[in-house]
Write a protein that binds this ligand. Structure first.
Ligand SMILES: [Zn+2]
Length: 345
């Protein structure tokens, strides 16, 4: 595991529309591995490795993490937050954040709530907290902060022998898998376009633009999916299990994966002896969902890395699943040109 790279990718801040620092790392890693790198007007990084024959494959992983912009500044030292992406407010209480000012200063703050502060007696209002009930205390540093400044959660990556816990693994881990798969790619017939997309967490806005521009035959999105194999969940609610291998998304609410692609990936996994899970998720979507319906249609699939506690600062993945995902993707890219999926629609 190239832990140093993953650490740098997760340490870089970047909410939707503010992906510049993440993009710089991806660019540095991909540039030596491809023929051409460019950035479009929405900030998507598009890295192309040309093939000799066969289809054009777009590999999508998004650079933005869920986070906030400053919505209101109270000069007494408090901020209100505008979420970019879906947070469960229960996981935000008592978290520390970093406000990134326009002059690139980093201001530390703490998230607290207006609802039932602890020392005012037992909680009376048991309603589920809402982001509107939260504020950030930054003290006198509020002077430097403006409406629209980026706010990210403040938490480092932890690694053990078999697991990684970090904020922003969604989807820096997808970027990591893409970079490592490109690094381990041998001969290939297809043209591979590795796209680091922007603004996925607010509706895959970058992917739509990049997909329309590139007009691929095939799109593989790389993202995390739910591993709900935790106490209190019955087996039918697990979606995937941590450590049981990468998952092929069969469907979610916005995408039905192309059956030919699903079959091809399953065949490769069998051949390489990689355990694989099949995923049906009854909420959410990925960049592939939006790319699928562009122009005359794109054959798409999402290769998912099982993760516990998605959209919290403790997103947890198994290192073995990450390594298997890289091996599966690298082999797929090497042999994608050998199959025709026309009969599988
Ligand atoms: Zn994601």
């Amino acid at each position: 595991m190239n832990l140093d790279l993953l650490r740098r990718l997760t340490a870089a801040p970047g909410v939707a529309g503010f992906e510049r620092q993440v993009r710089a790392i991806v660019r540095e890693e991909l540039e030596p591995l491809v023929d051409d790198v460019r950035v479009d007007r929405l900030g998507n990084l598009i890295a192309t490795k040309r093939g000799t024959s066969g289809p054009t494959i777009l590999i999508a992983a998004h650079m933005d993490e869920i986070g906030f912009l400053v919505r209101h500044v109270d000069r007494r030292g408090f901020l209100r937050l505008q979420p970019l992406g879906s947070f469960d407010p229960r996981v935000l209480l008592a978290q520390r954040v970093i406000v990134h000012t326009a002059t690139e200063d980093l201001v530390q703050g703490v998230i607290e709530t207006t609802v039932d502060p602890l020392h005012f007696g037992p909680p009376t209002d048991l309603k589920r907290p809402d982001v509107r009930d939260l504020f950030v205390d930054v003290g006198s540093s509020a002077e430097e902060i403006e409406i629209g400044d980026m706010v990210t959660l403040d938490r480092d990556l932890n690694a053990t022998d078999d697991r990684i816990v970090s904020r922003a693994l969604d989807d820096r881990l997808g970027l990591y898998v893409k970079i490592e798969a490109m690094r381990h790619l041998g001969g290939h017939g297809s043209t591979i376009v590795a796209v680091a997309t922007t603004q996925e967490e607010v509706g895959s806005r970058g992917a739509v633009v990049a997909g329309y521009d590139i007009d691929p035959d095939i799109c593989v999105a790389l993202d995390l999916t739910v591993a709900n194999d935790i106490p209190g969940a019955s087996p039918d609610q697990e979606v995937t299990r941590l450590g049981d291998g990468p998952a092929i998304k069969v469907m979610d609410t916005t995408q039905i994966s192309h059956r030919g692609l699903v079959r091809h990936l399953r065949d490769i996994a069998r051949e390489l002896d990689i355990p694989l899970q099949l995923e049906v998720l009854d909420h959410g979507g990925t960049d592939a969902s939006m790319i699928q319906r562009l122009r005359s249609g794109v054959a798409v699939v999402t290769l998912s890395i099982p993760a516990r506690y998605i959209h919290t600062v403790n997103e947890t993945v198994a290192i073995a699943d990450v390594d298997r995902c890289i091996a599966l993707l690298a082999r797929y890219l090497a042999e994608a040109h050998t199959r025709d999926y026309a009969a599988d629609v």
